[in-house]
Ligand binder design. Structure first.
Ligand SMILES: *Cc1c(COP(=O)(O)O)cnc(C)c1O
Length: 476
């Protein structure tokens, strides 16, 4: 399998290079040159363990990456290691809800939060961490990963890279502007390759510092800078798997099974789209937004328009632009490879300059035909959390509640509707408590989080100081 940039003007890469490169040099995102088919009939996956299905489904994206590249067995070992730390043997288990609208769909919640940081990002990042280690070992190379976090994704990256050979991680967060639980999830990790920096500034300042480090070419090359950002293809590949295991388990080859996906950067639901392209029978794919609803507005109107972002109780979905949407645009864009790359490049440049993009008619038509979409307001979200607790005695977090709200609104009698649970309720315990009166408990492995020792440095918002620090702690 080879990888092309969505903007058509970057080198064609093998899997390992696409993994380590992240963003293409033309500003595009790497996509596989074609969609592979599921290696085996869906029914075969019904009785296989998660890691076996994962190895099978991810293999076509890795296969044939040049001499010395990963073998099927090596991928199997990497996948096994990635999911060994999950606290549920099924990795992504289903929970049946019985208290919904009896005239609606048969409703399941797909729990994607059994990884170390209690959010679905672990499913992708745990695999990416192990893939990075494998690929770097093979090349006898080392990297320094630098990242900025507003609180949520930092801990998933730290848990993914802690103790990984050949990798140093420096994570910047804005001092005093992340919650105590979020900070402690990052700063209590004591592995020697993890370096937390509290920057005297805002999240935007942290992000600017990371961009400036990447822009400082001599520094970038000297340190071997790398990123594990949301646009890495391997993250999407990892997320395809649970659509396949769920479709197999619920016998989607014999009855209609639909999915509702709480959506921010469009990575999760894009994986559902690819699962479908690979032949997984998915009846409907439903996008669910909170009130930052650029994706659902684009779905309804064919016009993508940036209107700024307002804070909600589901902060991981508070986005202005869904970066992975570019991969869907590329998939739908008419014409040959050259025309598609040029078209997407022009469209993204226009959107960046004006904050507005009218999708070409065939693109808008395909998007509208292959997805359904809805948005949920803050009151509805709170009401859904309360309703699910009252009728099913089951706690859901506010991101999941956006999905359940929209899934219930659009679910049809006679279909199975799977709503993706993207965070553990304890991760957003205060919102859950306001809706239900119940404060969800942190799982055992985090129960003593507030007593653990923290390790971090506080530094000014000053590029020279930050670079000097990175150079000092990451020198080998
Ligand atoms: C990242 C995240 C989302 C959004 O997922 P995308 O892949 O960005 O669409 C939803 N819920 C939670 C809890 C998340 O962490």
């Amino acid at each position: 399998m080879r990888y092309l940039s969505t903007r058509g003007d970057a080198p064609v890469l093998e899997f390992g290079d696409a993994l380590l490169t992240g963003l293409a040099i033309d500003g595009g995102l790497y996509v596989p040159e074609r969609w592979p088919s599921l290696p085996r009939p869906l029914g075969v996956y019904r009785d296989l363990p998660y890691v076996d299905v994962a190895t099978d489904v991810i293999w076509p994206f890795v296969e044939g990456s040049g001499p010395g590249a990963m073998s099927h067995d090596e991928l199997g070992a990497v996948v096994e290691a990635a999911y060994a730390g999950f606290r549920h043997p099924e990795v992504a288990p289903l929970h049946h809800l019985v208290g919904g609208d009896p005239a609606g769909a048969d409703e399941y919640v797909l729990e994607l939060y059994w990884g170390p940081t209690l959010a679905f990002k672990d499913i992708a990042l745990q695999l990416v961490g192990h893939l990075f280690e494998h690929e770097l070992h093979r090349r006898r190379a080392t990297v320094t990963v630098v990242g900025a976090t507003s609180g949520d994704t930092g801990s998933a990256a730290i848990e993914a890279l802690r103790g990984r050979e050949g990798i140093e991680l420096v994570m910047l967060h804005p001092a005093g502007r992340v919650s105590e639980v979020q900070r402690r999830q990052m700063t209590t990790v004591t592995d020697s390759n993890i370096h937390n920096v509290a920057v005297a500034g805002t999240f935007d300042d942290c992000q600017d510092l990371v961009k400036a480090m990447f822009g400082d070419r001599p520094f970038r090359e000297r340190m071997g800078l790398a990123a594990v950002n949301s646009i890495n293809w391997a993250r999407v590949a990892a997320q395809i798997v649970y659509y396949v295991t769920t479709a197999a388990r619920l016998e989607a080859d014999r009855r209609p099974v639909s999915f509702t996906v709480p959506t921010g950067n469009f990575g999760n639901v894009l994986a559902g789209h690819v699962a479908r392209r690979m032949g997984t029978p998915i009846e409907r794919l439903v996008l669910a937004s909170n009130r930052n609803d650029i994706v659902t507005r684009t779905h309804a109107s064919g016009i993508m328009e940036n209107r700024g972002v307002e804070p909600t109780t589901s902060p991981a979905m508070d986005i202005q632009v869904s970066s992975n949407f570019e991969r869907l645009l590329y998939d739908y864009w008419p014409g040959d490879r050259g025309a598609r790359g040029a078209g997407v490049a022009e469209a993204m440049t226009e959107f960046r300059a004006t904050g507005r993009l009218e999708l070409p008619q065939p693109v808008a038509a395909a998007f509208s035909a292959e997805f359904d979409a809805g948005a949920a307001g803050e009151e509805e979200v709170s009401r859904t959390i309360a309703e699910v607790w009252d009728r099913d005695h089951y706690l859901i977090d506010p991101h999941t509640a956006v999905g359940v709200t929209v899934g219930r609104r659009l679910g049809l009698a006679g279909e199975v509707m799977v709503e993706l649970a993207t965070a553990h309720p304890a991760k957003f315990g205060d919102t859950v408590e306001r809706a239900t009166g119940i404060q969800p408990e942190l799982p055992d492995h985090l129960a003593d989080l507030m007593e653990r020792e923290e390790r971090l440095v506080e530094l000014p918002d000053d590029l020279a100081v930050i670079e000097e620090y990175v150079e000092r702690v990451c020198r080998r």
